[in-house]
Write a protein that binds this ligand. Sequence first.
Ligand code: NAP
Length: 296
Amino acid sequence: MKMKRPYWSFGLVGFPLEHSWSPRLHRAALAALGLDGAYELLPVSSELFEHSIGHLLSALRTRQMHGLNVTIPYKSRVVHYLDDIVEEARWVGAVNTIVMEGDRLLGYNTDVPGFFADLQRLGWLNEEGADNKVALVFGAGGAARAVVYTLLRAGFHIQLVARRPEQAWEVRNHLLTCATDFGKKMDVLDWSLRELRGALQDVALIVNCTPLGMWPHTQSCPWPEALPLPKGARVYDLVYRPRKTALLQLAERSGNAFANGLGMLIEQAALSLELWIRRKVPREAMWQEVQGGMDS
Ligand code: NAP
């Protein structure tokens, strides 16, 4: 008798979702693994969130669905509906992946290991860690929290810059115990030429965690025009549309190494899928999918 092949069912909850690349990445990986399945966009407006998440989580509990991703604006809100969250998600205060483990719904944050894996892929982390270098991070939203936590663990001191300093202070206060545990410093800077100029010594990495430069506002850049980039500092932009943002173009002109957020996007997606199917997921299939013209 022929056994019926399992059919995997995954989805992404957020709002709005029409520009998400996740379905194509996940479908490419499933196809490469020879697995049958679907990855659906599940746009949910704020008023309907409570009702919809209830239905989706019960579909996970009854194994009608096998995994759920969560994105803006629900990564923090969803935490209250889960049985538990892993340590990384607790530090970051956000969940992007939900898994049914035994009889419990667990929340993970794969942005953290995804960002870390991409820094490793780029060869930007050495064996000894960051050697007490400084990372300058723009933005203080959900992605910035994941990035700052990852960088603290990797051994960087952090300088955080946000247009609303109170938001940066909130991130700093939330992660202060973690920074202290790792023996790292965290400072908040004003987003001003004067303050940035005075803080560039030892900056080895600059990370943009704001949407500045993202299509269609491709001219905007977090780095002030009048300030040269610090020599030798690597520049990572979480934005990947366009592939080379204004910030990355500046890095290229200045001779600084640079990378966009595609690698992190792929890693966080692959790590989510690995949590759901408990198999190694081929990154090449996902890279091929993004290189195949996912420009819009
Ligand atoms: P978020 O929670 O909305 O935070 C965005 C941050 O950027 C906030 O601090 C926000 O400040 C600031 N910001 C927004 N518009 C700005 C502007 N015009 N000027 C200066 N600061 C501005 O979003 P997120 O989840 O952290 O995502 C941030 C960016 O990273 C997005 O572009 C997202 O697509 C990208 N991302 C990429 C990956 C990846 O895998 N590559 C993963 C996650 C996120 P206010 O609160 O004051 O608006």
